[in-house]
Ligand binder design. Structure first.
Ligand code: RIB
Length: 306
């Protein structure tokens, strides 16, 4: 029985965020301004984004037995994300050091800690829970072998698999045979396609055709997104918003897309919901704190031409 809509397999990090006028150059020290500590990690952000967008959601991942771990677990509970498959391991909880510039851009370094302990065995022990969700979502902040096993289990059970190939990894291509929907940003798309040029319709189509995927979604930030599937390639224009911080916009996109797709709306509509969620996330500081609710997503969508 499908008692869950979305099962996310991925990372949890405590985000340590500093605002600065700009991103520092290598070797440079800058004096920043506001500091914030908030739950994050691509897996956790995407799971919470899906839950806020209305999906019954669970997360598979790992935390350390420390204060960061307890805070991250509370954040999952506060957003009704099932954490029964979030293991407690003998390693510190993952940490992300994030600089957010005044123009909204960011630079992130992650110390994976407990995330690197998400093993094939842990994923296999959660197999019944993966099988009981309509959509399985994964990213690349945990070991690739664990991601691959999760996608395999979900695929074999007939679930739709969504891979957000972020951060980019040279061996991301190896996961495509178990992927239905690939979500990447422009840099990741270029790296995957080994293309030096800007992302355009031809590159998205090439990625879709060469990898045998059901759909490729390339997020382009303030330029919207490109959707490539069997019906062709379409550029979805961006929603116009005041950008404050782009951290977690990709996660907002993936979570809202997965929640919408789990409701069995057409791919294009699900992608539009993802775009709206990503745009809303850019209007607020932080990753988790910026994730929008389904009501906010619907409201923004209502302002756009169909
Ligand atoms: O995508 C944003 C996330 O990337 C942050 O929350 C940080 O933890 C890193 O994983």
């Amino acid at each position: 029985m499908l008692d869950f809509d979305v099962c996310v397999i991925g990372s949890l990090n405590m985000d340590l965020v500093v605002r600065a006028a700009r991103i520092p150059h290598p070797g440079e020290t800058l004096l920043g301004s506001a500091f914030a500590r908030c739950p994050g990690g691509k897996g956790s952000n995407q799971a919470i984004a899906a839950a806020l967008a209305g999906a019954r959601t669970r997360l598979i991942g790992a935390l350390g037995d420390d204060e960061h771990g307890r805070e991250l677990r509370r954040a999952l509970a506060d957003h009704s994300v099932d954490d029964q498959c979030v293991g407690k391991v003998d390693a510190p909880t993952g940490v992300a050091l994030i600089t957010v510039a005044d123009n909204g851009e960011n630079a992130i370094v992650v110390a994976p800690g407990a995330n690197s302990r998400v093993s094939v065995e842990l994923v296999e022990s959660c197999a019944p829970r993966i099988r009981s969700a309509r959509i399985c979502v994964a990213q690349l902040e945990i070991p690739l072998a664990a991601v691959r096993r999760g996608l395999e289990i979900a695929r074999a059970a007939g679930a739709t698999t969504v891979l957000n190939a972020a951060p980019f990894h040279e061996r991301a291509r190896d996961l495509l045979p178990w992927t239905d929907v690939l979500v990447v940003n422009a840099g990741e798309a270029r790296a995957l396609a080994r293309a030096p040029h800007e992302v355009d319709a031809a590159l998205a189509r090439e990625l879709w055709r060469d990898s045998g995927l059901r759909c490729v979604l390339v997020t382009l930030g303030s330029r919207g997104a490109v959707l490539a599937d069997e019906s062709g390639v379409e550029h979805l224009p961006a929603f116009r918003v005041e950008v404050v911080d782009t951290t977690g916009c990709g996660d907002a996109f993936v979570g809202a897309f997965a929640a919408a797709f789990a409701r069995q709306v057409p791919m294009r509509r699900a992608a539009l919901e993802g775009c709206a969620a990503g745009a809303l996330a850019a209007t607020r500081l932080g990753a988790l704190a910026a994730l929008p609710t389904r009501v906010e997503i619907e409201r923004l969508l209502a302002t756009a031409p169909a």
